[in-house]
Design a protein around this ligand. Structure first.
Ligand SMILES: Cc1cc2nc3c(=O)[nH]c(=O)nc-3n(C[C@H](O)[C@H](O)[C@H](O)COP(=O)(O)OP(=O)(O)OC[C@H]3O[C@@H](n4cnc5c(N)ncnc54)[C@H](O)[C@@H]3O)c2cc1C
Length: 305
């Protein structure tokens, strides 16, 4: 029995409700629609299932990777030799008047709509970001002057040593597209969000305006992982890329979007290698022509630039 069969039978015996998939293509779980298979994937719906999955990986010494909706991932065409835990714990509850407790697998859109229904503002910026709470906390996701750091007050997680912990305030170490979790991986179970009472009509209108801004500027008609590169200090990656004449630059099904140069899109059948090839060309040309070294915002798994 190999280690992946072992983890499967271990979890089937101890946690019969936990959904497990074998030889699961990651292309089904990434917004890029790219990525080869993983030997085993668990899809916990509750914190108890997530704890059991992580505990099994630790006990049996099996390498693991924790993900949300895969909207910021580029995965190798050969797949990954790891146990993937895809967090699907999607409860959203109101605690008191302005506080939400949210499972890490809840989508940002679902949380924003719940907040709107309660007349609570603060989540409008995140409504159009296609990830989960866990991925957004990990990345300190942000848009239109908002970022998760403004609303997350504490996070429940499991440390690599298997301890359930609650981190808050400065312990979260939020900075631009980064948090303590990007430096020291832990499995995020859920988080507490502090919101502000606001007229639901104003919240709805703000969400609609931001959605329209996204639709008009971003290539939402193609699979992608959002902004490919981080924003360099004081500049915009998309503007630099466009200025270097790279709009439309392509290899196979991967292309620097004609609509927004900050996005590499999958126009059909792109492989991970196609995307990497376009990313290398963009990084090297921008560095040569402007002196700015672009850093990937997309997380590269099983592959590198
Ligand atoms: C069309 C489009 C538009 C986008 N617009 C924006 C935008 O405006 N602003 C922005 O910031 N991002 C944007 N993104 C990128 C992406 O949606 C965000 O980074 C999002 O927060 C990722 O969430 P996810 O659940 O998909 O995480 P994943 O892609 O699954 O994972 C991202 C990282 O988070 C970690 N992670 C995920 N869940 C957990 C968990 N429960 N515990 C521990 N670690 C975890 C993973 O290990 C991984 O390292 C966009 C993407 C697309 C496709």
């Amino acid at each position: 029995m190999d280690k992946y069969e072992e983890i499967k039978s271990h979890l089937e015996a101890r946690c019969p409700e936990l959904e497990l998939r074998v030889e699961e293509p990651m292309s089904r779980h990434t917004s890029f629609r790219i990525g080869g298979p993983v030997p085993i994937m668990a899809l916990p719906q509750t914190s108890e299932e997530a704890v059991a999955a992580l505990e099994a990986a630790r006990t049996l010494g099996v390498p693991y990777f924790v993900m949300g909706k895969g909207s910021n991932l580029l995965v190798s065409d050969d797949g990954l030799p790891v146990f993937v835990i895809k967090c699907c714990m999607s409860t959203v509850e109101l605690l008191g008047k302005t506080t939400l407790y949210v499972g890490s697998g809840a989508s940002l859109a679902q949380i924003a709509v719940f907040a709107l229904e309660q007349g609570l503002g603060g989540m409008e910026f995140a409504h159009g970001i296609p990830g989960t709470l866990g991925g957004a906390v990990f990345m300190n996701a942000g848009a239109y002057d908002g970022e998760m750091a403004q609303i997350v007050t504490c996070v429940d997680c499991i440390s690599q040593r298997g301890r359930v912990e609650r981190l808050s305030g400065e312990q979260l170490e939020f900075s631009y597209r980064s948090s303590v979790f990007s430096r020291e991986p832990r499995l995020i179970l859920g988080a507490t969000l502090e919101l502000t009472p606001r007229d639901p009509e104003i919240i709805r209108q703000t969400m609609m305006d931001l959605a329209e801004r996204r639709r008009s500027k971003q290539p939402l008609e193609y699979p992608s992982a959002g902004s490919t590169f981080k924003r360099p200090a004081g500049q915009f990656a998309g503007t630099l890329i466009e200025g270097c004449g790279l709009k439309g630059c392509c290899r196979g099904g991967a292309q620097v979007s004609e609509k927004h140069a900050g996005f590499v899109v999958n126009t059909g059948g792109a492989t991970c290698e196609d995307v990497l090839c376009v990313m290398r060309r963009v990084r090297d040309t921008v560095q040569r022509d402007t002196g700015v070294l672009l850093e990937p915002e997309v997380r590269l798994l099983g592959c590198g630039l």
